[in-house]
Design a protein around this ligand. Structure first.
Ligand SMILES: [Zn+2]
Length: 113
């Protein structure tokens, strides 16, 4: 397989790609270009790294999470996913500030714990 980055090298299977997240090294399988050295991590391994990093609480920004709004009385409720709740240490009693950004975005800021 030709390298999609430089277009010259061949991609060789390797099992020693190092990804560093918050000072921890993760060894992954993937392919490395014989010319430019660009590394391509196998999807399964990269998913595993993300999973482990999340469990350790070192995966920086959560990926975009999709939630459905639900209705309660006359209001609309947005549930905070459990892993987000845990990583932010939310108790569920905090105040939040909502800011409307454009017509399709809402920013939620935790004000006090
Ligand atoms: Zn290359």
């Amino acid at each position: 397989m030709k390298c999609p980055v430089c277009g010259k090298g061949e991609l060789q299977a390797v099992d020693d790609i190092l990804s560093e997240i918050e000072g921890l090294a993760f060894v992954e399988r993937g392919h490395r270009c014989s010319v430019c050295g660009e590394e391509f991590i196998d999807e399964a391994d990269s998913n595993r790294t993300i999973k482990v990093a999340r469990r350790l609480g070192i995966w920086g920004e959560p990926l975009r999470l999709r939630r459905k709004l639900s209705q309660s009385g006359r209001g609309i409720v947005l549930r905070i996913p459990e892993d987000l709740r845990q990583s932010m240490g939310l108790k569920g009693t905090e105040s939040v500030a909502l800011s409307k950004i454009g017509s399709k975005k809402i920013l939620v800021e935790v004000e006090a714990k």
